[in-house]
Design a binder for this molecule. Sequence first.
Ligand code: COA
Length: 438
Amino acid sequence: MSKNTLTITDNRTGKTYELPITDDTIRTADLRQIKVADDDFGMMGYDPAFLNTASCRSAITLIDGDKGILRYRGYPIEQLAEKSSYLECAYLLLHGELPTEAQLKSWVDLITTHTFVHENVKSFIQGFRYDAHPMGVFLSTIGALSTFYPEAKKVHDKQVRMLNVVRLIAKVPTIAAMSYRHSMGFPFVYPDNELSFAGNFLAMIRKMAEPRYKPNKVLERALDVLFILHADHEQNCSTSTMRAAGSSLVDPYSAVAAASAALYGPLHGGANEAVLRMLTEIGSIHNVPTFVKEVKEGKGEKKLMGFGHRVYKNYDPRAKVIKRLAEEVFEVTGRNPLLDIAIELERIALQDDYFIKRKLYPNVDFYSGLIYQAMGFPTDFFTVLFAIPRTSGWLAQWCEMLDDSEQKIARPRQVYTGSAKRDLPESRHNPFELERSR
Ligand code: COA
């Protein structure tokens, strides 16, 4: 009869251990009983970059990279992109179930009544240099919000927690738009609570002298769909940062600032910018075969940006939705000439053995930058556009962590590779005196 256990024999001692398996997983803490001597620390797992370590049990988002599946709370991303809204998805991620119509209405009302920020936030943002990167402004301002809501540190008080979750989801578009307007030297625009979440964001970005900004319906919906697609992606770098920072029980503003900092990095939130640079460098569909050849001959030196993914070894399901969305957006904005190069690049790469063998398919970033560019967003603003919806995913994961009795402050171990104990030399200079007498 098969048993749900793993038997390990330690060849150093000849001892055998039987570890329970749950959900195809062993607890690495169970390895600690494996020792050579009684006073040994016990065996650990070594897993740089957590390539094969589950840090939590989560019921929020499922990714099956081999099959190209992404689901929020069990609902396929393709269906959500077609039939849901970003705010409904945020509710779903946080509460686990779709809202009823009445629940959705009060959720939307609730978010809408928290879109304004304290007037002092304006002077805070105005303190940044005129050319400050909008993502640097965004993440600093989110962190600064913790000083406006000091009670947010009561993270175990569920009412306080939810109030600050709502504030964060509602205020990130306002802060994002302010970071954009500051970088452009434009006056800030107050939220228009008559508009949808995406429509209000477009208004805060675009409104100039007109008394009321009316967003284009296609662009408003396209942005909302992009927000749905980016809302959560399970334990990626920024979400793991959110959980790790949050595990110290810091307030959610500081934890979202930490997660935003992780997203800021080019390996995480910045790849769509790199795709645009690559497509511009290729310049014409006639140059695509030569470019693909150079990528293949570059043996990893030169990459096809927007292709390949650590988890997806199939077509990224978000990329499929974005490709369709791009056509709709370009009907309004005019065709982005780089789209033809992107389509040709995808066509050639997907027929090529090099990419087939390595399971390299377009990822979410392959087409998203083209849409953002066509909608008039500058490239250094793309990561901020990613952070707006990801805030709801970060917060859902943070709430799940706080309610998980197995979670503690995140504290990985290390394998120490430094010097063995050594003593400071008896006679030598006094470093502090040296510093003081300079
Ligand atoms: N273009 C060309 N070759 C690529 C490639 C790409 N975009 N991505 C991976 N490869 C190749 C690697 O050179 C490697 O080839 P080898 O086996 O001959 O050495 C093989 O495919 C496996 O790649 P590896 O780097 O081990 O995969 P990974 O899971 O560590 O990396 C990414 C995943 C996303 C970092 C990587 O695919 C990449 O850099 N893509 C481009 C950047 C990008 O679009 N990032 C956004 C991700 S959402």
